[in-house]
Design a protein around this ligand. Structure first.
Ligand code: ATP
Ligand code: MG
Length: 565
């Protein structure tokens, strides 16, 4: 299992671990002396919450920096104030810290802090005759741009003098022109087969208030111009991004070359992480939130990092999932079951195993003394004895799961039915003698007798039983709410409806209000997680739990369809 230390130890394990294609590139760069120091970054735009795809990018970039003894930067790519908000800056910071462990404050950057330098870069390009102010309207610009099969046409403003361009660009900044009236464009090649190279826009006039710079600027740089400059200013060596930027790489290289940055960064693209049966992509998550189909960005059915954390996933489980899913250039989908496997593996040895009854029915032990409660010694985790033991109360009236009793059982049903004997986990053998039903035939009570000789831990070997069920002592039990989750969408049934809306799985959330757990769990705090034996792993909900109302989220059930290769 991975832990933060593993990343640091990576260097020593070099020989045994197979290298991904990015590591191969970095190895070669180091060998050839291209870079003195490996610097990577994660550059989110603060326009939404981060999701598991971003976690992949964070873990990849932070991991490489660590592995090569370099530096990892969190940089907010806040150059487009349209959709950006401080709320998102804060949530992103929290999420990155959660995944990476603490972040060095000196390694947190904002692209908007470089607005002056970007402006100076634009001036430099104008002075080199590599950029010009263009008055074409957006529509005209589209016409001039050509198509994939036809070259574009030069803008009639392309040959303005350097002096005129300098003057106009300064006046753009001074606010003399309407929004959209003028843009600054790179002078590259309108006949390039790569559309991104056809004199792309570098700056536009747009009066928007920025969360960091307020109303200081009325011109803002475009992503393709700003991003390479941000990387170069920070001394990034490898600018790792996802495949959709592959076609932008020639422009990235053009910008750093024309601006004559020493030792410019190198862009490397990898395939995005996709997961089956979940909704990734900020746009779709946003829609589910806005349409109130889910309970906010951290609804445990989502795979935003906030949601995964609330559901009870651990950073370790997410890191080991990323290790298993690998890094490549080939687009593919990872199986959600693999993520579930990783969280089960992570929690298996670390979390206490408690008894909980989610769909209760009373079990009365007719030969057990009235009003007596005895305390049984129970191991906290049978696979990890270091976790010690606890006392669990036992009495005449218990709750068991409705599923664990049947009046007329099918073959191979080894749990309770009239006449059958089972083990009450950590306690005694009981034999079902009778049951009570209400008018509708629902079982309301199961009656048993117990055999005092069979106490767990007493060394009893007289006879064996095939079934073991969990229980909770009714008198001391804590009543709690439990929320069971399933995939939010089912890919086999189709992720989208005909009208483009998301086809949400109606069973994605099931709320059980009347569950009982051992009294020890009454002390549980938000984010604490446990195994409920025979049921799965559960985490105390951090949003809806109150002093006197515990809410548990099921992180994952115990059954698995995934086996690691
Ligand atoms: P989305 O597509 O979900 O809206 P985005 O790409 O617009 O996300 P950014 O804030 O621009 O979000 O992303 C920050 C970084 O995260 C980028 O470098 C981007 O390539 C990377 N990233 C985004 N989605 C994924 C993903 N699914 N897998 C890996 N990396 C991703
Ligand atoms: Mg983006």
């Amino acid at each position: 299992m991975s832990n933060p230390g593993d990343l640091k130890e990576g260097m020593e394990n070099e020989e045994v671990v197979s290298r991904n294609f990015i590591e191969n590139i970095i190895d070669q760069d180091i060998e050839e002396g291209t870079y003195q120091k490996i610097v990577t970054r994660f550059p989110p735009e603060p326009n939404g919450y981060l999701h598991i795809g971003h976690a992949k990018s964070i873990i990849l970039n932070a991991g490489l920096a660590n592995q090569y003894g370099g530096e990892f930067h969190l940089r907010f790519d806040d150059t487009n104030p349209m959709k950006e908000k401080t709320e998102f800056v804060e949530s992103i910071m929290e999420d990155v810290k959660w995944i990476c462990g603490d972040l060095d404050k000196d390694n947190v950057f904002f692209a908007s802090d470089y607005f002056d330098q970007m402006y100076a870069c634009a001036i430099k390009l104008i002075k080199k005759g590599k950029a010009f102010v263009c008055d074409l309207s957006a529509e005209q610009m589209r016409e001039y741009r050509g198509t994939l099969t036809e070259p574009g046409k030069d803008s009639p403003y392309r040959n303005r003098s350097i002096e005129e361009n300098l003057d106009l660009f300064e006046r753009m900044r001074a606010g003399e022109f309407e929004d959209g009236a003028k843009v600054l464009r790179a002078k590259i090649d309108m006949a390039s087969p790569n559309m991104n190279m056809r004199d792309p826009i570098l700056y536009r006039v747009a009066r928007m208030e920025h969360h960091n710079t307020g109303n200081e600027w009325c011109i803002y740089p475009m992503y393709d111009f700003a991003h390479p400059i941000e990387d170069a200013i920070e001394g990034v060596s490898h600018s790792i991004c996802t495949l959709e930027f592959e076609d932008h790489r020639p422009l990235y290289d053009w910008v750093v070359r024309e601006l004559e940055f020493e030792n410019p960064p190198k862009q490397i693209e990898f395939a995005k992480l996709y997961l089956t049966n979940v909704v990734t992509g900020k746009r779709y998550i946003k829609k589910l939130v806005e349409d109130e189909i889910v309970d906010g960005w951290d609804d445990p059915r989502l795979v935003s990092i906030a949601a995964l954390r609330r559901r009870g996933f651990t950073p370790e489980s997410i890191r080991s999932f990323m290790e298993l899913s690998g890094v490549s250039k080939a687009q593919s989908s990872s199986d959600y079951a693999m993520l579930e496997y990783c969280i089960r593996e992570d929690l298996k040895m670390k979390r206490p195993r408690m008894m909980a009854v989610l769909d209760p029915v009373k079990l009365v032990i007719t030969n057990y003394p009235e009003n007596e409660i005895e305390y049984l010694d129970v191991s906290n985790n049978q696979e990890n004895e270091e976790m010690g033991t606890r006392k669990v109360p036992f009495g005449k009236v218990l709750y068991i799961d409705r599923e664990d009793f049947m009046i007329e059982p099918p073959k191979k049903y080894f749990r309770l039915y009239p006449g059958n004997e089972v083990r009450l986990m950590n306690a005694y053998f009981v034999t079902c003698t009778d049951y009570v039903t209400d008018e509708e035939g629902n079982v309301t009570e199961v009656h048993c007798t117990y055999d005092p000789e069979t106490k767990s831990g007493s060394g009893f070997t007289g006879r064996k039983v095939k079934g073991t069920i969990q229980w909770v002592c009714a008198e001391t039990a804590e009543q709690v709410e439990v929320r069971l989750y399933e995939n939010i969408v089912d890919e086999e049934k189709g992720v989208y409806n005909e009208d483009g809306s998301i086809n949400v799985n109606p069973d994605s959330l099931k709320i059980l209000k009347n569950c009982y757990v051992e009294p020890a769990l009454a002390e549980a705090k938000p984010m604490d997680s446990f195994q409920f034996v025979r049921q799965g792993y559960f985490c105390v909900d951090s949003k809806d739990t109150t002093e006197d109302h515990l809410v548990f989220n099921r992180i994952v059930s115990l059954k698995s369809s995934y086996r690691p290769k």
